[in-house]
Design a protein around this ligand. Structure first.
Ligand SMILES: NC(=O)c1ccc[n+]([C@@H]2O[C@H](COP(=O)([O-])OP(=O)(O)OC[C@H]3O[C@@H](n4cnc5c(N)ncnc54)[C@H](O)[C@@H]3O)[C@@H](O)[C@H]2O)c1
Length: 276
């Protein structure tokens, strides 16, 4: 018998990447999965492969999220698990990103060899040049999206008296990193929201936890490819993670094995960042 037999799960941003890996492991453990994404065609392909359902919606749009959960309630008679995974890096559509990151990687190598470099962060976007639009988009997808989805899912979970919510943070939410203050702020906000919500709904038999992945190979981290050797070298295990490193953590948090876990952050990161 699977560890999630008889459970239903909605995973946001799960057409590809970490979300798709989580959905795949959930389905393997017996869960009925609902694949949400902006990209309906890709969500349908993933859902078909896993025998689940596809629902398109932009999680940063409050009304669209409410409509999606209405659709969800028609597809399944209860919702046991929500994974708020949808996210952006801020580099989407930035065709120069890879080149800037290549220069940053080169500067890092020079610095390690003791050679002079110009301002090492100059080639990555910095807070002084971050636009209002990019700031709001980042907060909108990650923080607003997590809040909107949790709010709707809680209504379904409260009606049946149990549930497990997993919010996707990042090591960037605790460690921080220059050049990406909007992403780091959004992820830190998600971790704070998770702890507070866990406290609020614990008595209702609803658990709320977070996963804070380290560096994982996905489409999102593909533009960072010139930095991969550096990131691997900075990681005690000497490699970037695989989507399954995160998916297995999600299965655990979603399952009954984690029944005493709430308000916690699991951080599979190969030792890149060690805490607690
Ligand atoms: N890959 C990593 O190294 C890493 C590390 C830490 C945290 N994370 C987080 O994990 C999550 C998944 O990342 P990934 O690497 O799989 O990224 P990815 O870009 O491969 O996949 C993200 C998915 O989310 C979808 N999406 C984006 N905006 C959306 C929106 N507004 N509404 C609905 N869907 C939307 C995209 O279409 C895409 O399918 C993100 O929250 C990311 O910040 C990733």
């Amino acid at each position: 018998m699977g560890r999630l037999e008889g459970k239903t799960a909605l995973i946001t941003g799960s057409a590809r990447g970490l979300g798709a890996a989580i959905a795949e492991r959930f389905a393997e453990q017996g869960a009925e999965v609902i694949i949400n994404d902006l990209n309906l065609a890709q969500a349908q392909i993933t859902a078909k492969r896993l025998g689940g359902h596809a629902l398109a919606c932009d999680v940063s749009d409050s009304k669209a999220v409410a409509t999606m959960f209405g659709e969800c309630a028609k597809l399944v008679d209860k919702l046991d698990i929500l994974v708020c995974n949808a996210g952006i890096s801020g580099l989407e559509g930035d065709n120069d990103a890879r080149e800037r990151i290549r220069i940053t990687a080169e500067n890092t190598f020079k610095q390690a060899r003791g050679e002079p470099v110009e301002d090492i962060d100059a080639n990555l976007s910095s807070t002084t040049t971050l636009s209002d639009e990019d700031w709001h988009k980042m907060i909108g997808v990650h923080m607003n999206g997590t809040f909107f989805c949790c709010r709707e899912a809680l209504k379904l979970m409260q009606a049946k008296g149990s549930g497990s919510i997993i919010n996707m943070g990042s090591v960037m939410g605790t460690f921080g990193r220059g050049g990406s203050t909007h992403y780091c702020a959004a992820k830190a906000g998600i971790l704070g929201f998770t702890r507070s919500l866990a406290h609020e709904v614990a008595e209702q038999n609803i658990r709320v936890n977070a996963i804070a992945p380290g560096w994982i190979h996905t489409d999102m981290t593909d533009p960072l490819e010139p930095m991969h050797p550096i990131l691997s070298a900075q990681t005690p295990q000497g490699r970037l993670g695989d989507p399954d490193d995160i998916a297995h953590a999600a299965v655990y948090l979603a399952s009954e094995e984690a029944k005493f876990m709430t308000g916690q952050t699991l951080s599979p990161n190969g030792g890149w960042y060690m805490s607690q």
